[in-house]
Design a protein around this ligand. Structure first.
Ligand code: FAD
Length: 417
């Protein structure tokens, strides 16, 4: 788990006019600013972030895993941008002194009835050209992770760990050093698109921009709709809560130990993650949340609940995934239930090893028909690109998503001219 968000350095007023305004100071907004600056050094770019620190939301509250591309449908944006993004992330961190480690991941089938799903996952991983992927048996599992047990596993040695909040800090520092603005405490309250520019209203005034990128995470649908994009899909929040493993027991896991996921869900299941700082966590849960802001498991924000409950897709989704929802509710309310799930593949994990850990809110797009949108998704309005769905592996893929968004911007608007 990333230890937390990045402290603010300056809260400066926004300039009245820029070439590109980027809404959202998470890893996607910052990565997009970085890529646009790299391509078009003359552009005036401003990142507007509502919070008083960067990476307060998903980008600072995740598992910190650099995925290698095992899970994603071949040919999908997730498959392509995860592989490319992982390479870019390893390079970026090496060049900018951000700690990063190729710790490797085991995806463990703990029972023989999980083997068909492991086979299907292996086929996917091979189609996605996941580097170094190997199938191992029970002895092979014990060699890689002495405390893990199972009938078979996939080993991805190139999966890594990093603190994505530190990556955000580095990206922001580089932008500022190159004369671009990363402004904290600037909530975009309204968007008005005209034929030649956009007007973004914030508490201190208005920023006029020739083009804009909206990377607003859990709030992305609201701003997209305000700018004229379709209401479908809507973001629904899923709380991902973790338990920390006490320092004396961190040696239970060397790298990352995951279960074989349910292929009908976009979540990867409860895993054990040894982070880049050496800490070990168990989680995350995946509970439909009553608030877009992290906090206690049953935190409620009236407006957020009304938006989630009022969306026709929500009831359909809850009915469709009722069995998974019941499991997730158990994980959220019972430390023992979460421990039991993880103990299927690391049986020596004890309830006394666990202490309360952090939580993040996943911004997951849901269609009107009740389908969880699986792939990364974007929409366009006259002068803007909106990121509409960027759940995991969004942080891994961020630098490649930024290339994709910059290609779209170049193709539609040619900002360099
Ligand atoms: C529990 C959990 C585990 C995960 N694990 C992994 C993992 O191991 N590996 C991985 O690759 N990915 C993982 N992810 C996914 C990853 O964290 C996200 O894909 C990524 O952080 C998305 O970045 P973002 O910039 O779009 O969103 P965010 O980090 O949420 O940033 C959006 C920003 O927009 C700002 N904003 C919103 N509205 C406004 C407004 N009106 N004005 C100004 N600013 C605004 C918000 O304050 C926020 O800072 C995980 C996510 C969660 C929640």
């Amino acid at each position: 788990m990333s230890p937390g968000a990045v402290a603010s350095s300056t809260v400066r007023p926004a300039p009245p006019a820029v070439d590109v305004a980027i809404v959202g100071g998470g890893i996607l907004g910052l990565a997009c600013a970085h890529e646009l600056r790299r391509r078009h050094p003359g552009l005036r770019i401003t990142v507007l972030e509502r919070e008083s620190r960067l990476a307060v939301h998903q980008s600072g509250s995740n598992s910190g895993v650099i995925h290698a591309g095992v899970y994603y449908a071949p040919g999908s944006l997730k498959a392509r941008l995860c592989r490319r993004g992982a390479e870019l992330m390893f390079d970026y961190c090496a060049q900018h002194d951000v700690p990063i480690r190729r710790s490797g991941k085991l995806i463990v089938a703990s029972r023989s009835d999980e083997l068909p799903r492991l086979d299907a996952l292996e086929q996917r991983a091979r189609a996605n050209a996941v580097p170094g992927l190997r199938r191992v048996d029970a002895d092979g599992i014990a060699e890689i992770e002495p405390h893990a047990v199972g009938v078979a596993a996939l080993h991805s040695p190139e999966t890594g760990v990093v603190d994505f909040a530190q990556v955000c800090e580095r990206l922001a520092a580089e932008l500022r050093a190159n004369g671009q603005q990363v402004l904290l405490g600037h909530e975009v309250l309204g968007v008005e698109e005209r034929s030649d520019r956009l007007r973004l209203r914030h508490p201190g005034g208005v920023v006029e921009a020739r083009w804009a990128l909206f990377c607003a995470g859990a709030w992305s649908d609201r701003l997209a709709v305000a700018a004229g994009a379709p209401a479908d899909p809507r973001i629904v929040p899923f709380r991902g809560g973790y338990l920390d493993v006490v320092p004396a027991r961190r040696n239970l896991v060397r790298g990352l130990v995951y279960p074989v996921p349910d292929p009908t869900l976009p979540f990867l299941g409860v895993h054990l993650s040894r982070h880049v700082d050496g800490s070990l966590s168990v989680g995350p849960t995946a509970l439909l949340a009553g608030s877009l802001r992290p906090g206690r498991a049953f935190r409620i924000t009236g407006r957020d609940v009304a938006r989630t409950a009022g969306w026709p897709g929500t009831a359909r989704m809850v009915w469709r995934y009722r069995r998974a929802a019941a499991t997730e509710l158990r994980h959220a309310i019972s430390r023992r239930a979460l421990r039991d799930s993880a103990a299927r593949y690391v049986p020596s994990l004890r309830i006394g090893d666990l202490t309360p850990g952090p939580a993040g809110i996943r911004a997951q797009a849901l269609t009107r028909r009740g389908e969880l949108v699986d792939d990364f998704a974007f929409s366009h309005t006259t002068r803007a690109v909106h990121v509409r769905n960027a759940p995991s592996p969004g942080a891994t893929a961020s630098l490649a998503i930024a290339e994709h968004v910059a290609d779209v911007l170049d193709g539609r608007f040619a900002p360099g001219r």
